[in-house]
Structures are given as C-alpha cells and as structure tokens.
Design a protein around this ligand. Structure first.
Ligand code: IPM
Ligand code: MG
Length: 347
C-alpha cells in the first residue's frame, strides 16, 4: 500500500512529520510512503502549486496524507497559481467529493473550549461536507458593470447527481452512528439550496432508519454554539461546510484538533487536518500535530483497511491528553515534537 505524503507549506512539514512517526511506530506491513511537493513550496520550486508529478503520485497512491497549503508570499499571484489551488485541484481531479469532518469532545479538553464545559462535553458530531461543487467550482471572474464599476462574481450551482451522491454518503454515515441527519442549506433564499433540500429528501426514502431534519445555515451556526449536542451528522455544501467546520473545531477546544477525510466513491482518500498552514507560527515547532495524527488514523480506517491501528492511534491521543499533554493552542506549553512524543509514549 502506497501513501503519498504531501506536507505542503507553513506548519505542514512539522505536523506531518509527527504523523509519520506515529505511523512508523505502528510498523504496518507493506505500507510505503512517497513524498512530493505541493502548494507554495511547489510553486517556488516548479512553477505550479500542483505539479504534474505530484498529481501523478496522488493518483497512483492508495491514500494521501496532506499537511497544509497557503503562503503569504503567493498572495499576489493570479488565482490559478496560488497554493490553495493545489488542494482544490486534488479534490477535483481525484473526485474526492465526500469530506468527513468529525468533531468530538475529548473529555479532558472541556475547558479548552470557549463554550461552557457542560455544553462542550456533549459534542460528538460529524460534518459531511460536499467538496467538488458549489461556489468553489462555479464560473468566476471579474467584470465591469454598465457604469464601469469592478464586479467580482462566483456562481453557486449544484446538480442533482452531485447532491444525491453526497446525500448517500451522509445517510450511510448516519446509519453507522446515531441515526440522525441534519441537512443544512439556505433554501429560504437560494435555488441551489432548494434543489439540495428536495434531493436530500428524496434520498431519505432509501434510509428509513435515519431521522432526517433540515436547517437553515444561519440557524445551524447559532445552534452549534447554543446546543451542539443536538447534532449527530450534518450534511451540507462546500461553502457552508467550510465555515461550519471551523466553527465546530473551536467548540471542541481548538482548530488544531480536527481531522478530516476526503473520499471518492471507492474509498480512496486524502487525509488532512482542517486547519491551514499557519504561517505566523511556521518553523517554530509550536503547532499542534494532533489533527494530522488523527487524520492518519482516519486514513488507516477508511483507505488502508487497518481499523485496529486507527483505534490505537485515537486511544493514544486520548491518553496523551488525559496525561496532560497540551500544546499552546490548548492552553499548554508543549511543542510539536513533544506532543508527538506524548502520543508515541501512549501508543
Ligand atoms: C479547508 C480550507 C480550504 C477550503 C482552503 C485552503 C482552500 O479552508 O479545507 O477547509 O476552503 O476548503
Ligand atoms: Mg476551511
């Protein structure tokens, strides 16, 4: 089994290195790793954030372990050359349409949350974010209005096949959890969302064991901080999912904790922390590697057929936290390497 390791920019290499240590410690037979450049570092070395050889490796691999992309040096580049295009390009080229972002409170972190501990403690939810469509991939551009004003535009669109396939992913995820699915949209205003709501409701007929509800995204944002314990699985579009998953991450204590899987229809996937490249702390050994380590666990579970190894990583993270391991984002003083050490010791 081949894992493509794309560490990327900023804190990417530091956090991916800790995930690699954990994977190496598990000594899984026949697991091979190959590295390639992605993001701003790839642009600087090869002139493109997603060079052909990186894409080829990602296509050939059974799974992709991804760090982060984003580099302030690249802010002035035309959009197609910016580091972010690498992750968007991989998601699209490999049809990784189903993005699973679990947010579960580790009991030990209840006071790292900005929510009251008794509210935060109840969080155990999964955001299923559509990743191949929406305003991210619609037609976009800059034009002039009739009176000469600059106008930027990004088209939001979903077709029913795109909604149907993510709906099936979400219903299946809900079946494997507590059987509750909340579909989040803005159907009171957007046609895209009306179609979304209609199609999700149609797909519900195939899953009589799942209780489906619908919620407007503004209300969902409010409910996530009012009573996050009410959610089991949330399914939503690309943009709303991007926003709500950052929000959910802070509810469980830190954006440094949330892992993700981006899956195609056959279980191949890209695994990455939901946070970015954090250029402000890059190279300082301060970043929390737990989201990446937990992403590696998801990789073992969903793409590499190693659910027990995944369980072991997750248990080790919980033990490390229970033992008091805290990086700066969690209110502690441990650096990236020391957090990795704590997980390895627990393992
Ligand atoms: C994420 C990130 C990306 C996104 C960026 C880096 C393009 O915010 O994975 O949540 O918007 O999807
Ligand atoms: Mg995001």
């Amino acid at each position: 089994m081949l894992v493509a390791v794309l560490a990327g920019d900023g804190i990417g290499p530091e956090i991916v290195a800790q995930a690699r240590r954990v994977l190496d410690a598990l000594a899984i037979p026949d697991l091979r790793f190959e590295e390639a450049l992605v993001g701003g570092v790839a642009y600087k070395a090869k002139g493109h954030p997603l060079p052909p050889e990186t894409l080829a490796l990602a296509e050939r691999a059974d799974a992709i372990l991804f760090g982060a992309v984003g580099d302030p040096d690249c802010d002035a580049l035309e959009r197609s050359l910016r580091p972010e295009q690498a992750i968007l390009g991989l998601r699209k080229a490999l049809t990784l349409f189903s993005n699973l972002r679990p947010a579960k409170m580790f009991a030990e972190l209840a006071d790292a949350s900005t929510l009251r501990p008794e509210v935060a403690r109840a969080i155990d939810l999964l955001i299923v974010r559509e990743l191949n469509g929406d305003v991210y991939f619609g037609e976009k551009g800059m034009r002039k209005t009739a009176d000469g004003l600059r106008e930027g535009y990004d088209v939001m669109a979903y077709n029913e096949a795109e909604v149907r396939r993510i709906a099936h992913s979400a219903f299946r995820a809900a079946q494997a959890r507590r059987g509750k699915l909340c579909s989040v949209d803005k159907a009171n205003v957007l046609e895209t969302s009306q179609l979304w709501r209609d199609v999700v409701s149609e797909v519900a007929a195939d899953y009589p064991d799942v209780a489906l509800s619908h919620m407007y995204v503004d209300n969902a944002a409010m409910q996530l901080v009012r009573d996050p314990g009410q959610f089991d699985v949330i399914v939503t579009g690309n943009l709303f999912g991007d926003i709500l998953s950052d929000q959910a991450s802070m509810c469980v204590g830190s954006i440094g904790m949330l892992a993700s899987a981006s899956l195609d229809a056959n279980g191949k996937g890209l695994y990455e922390p939901i946070h970015g490249s954090a250029p402000d702390i890059a190279g300082q050994g301060k970043a929390n590697p737990l989201a990446t380590i937990l992403s590696a666990a998801m990789m073992l579970r969903f793409s590499l057929g190693q659910p027990q190894a995944a369980d072991r990583i997750e248990a080790a993270v919980a033990r490390a936290l229970a033992g008091g391991a805290r990086s700066a984002d969690l209110g502690g003083t441990l650096g990236t390497q020391a957090m990795g050490d704590a997980v390895l010791a627990a393992l």
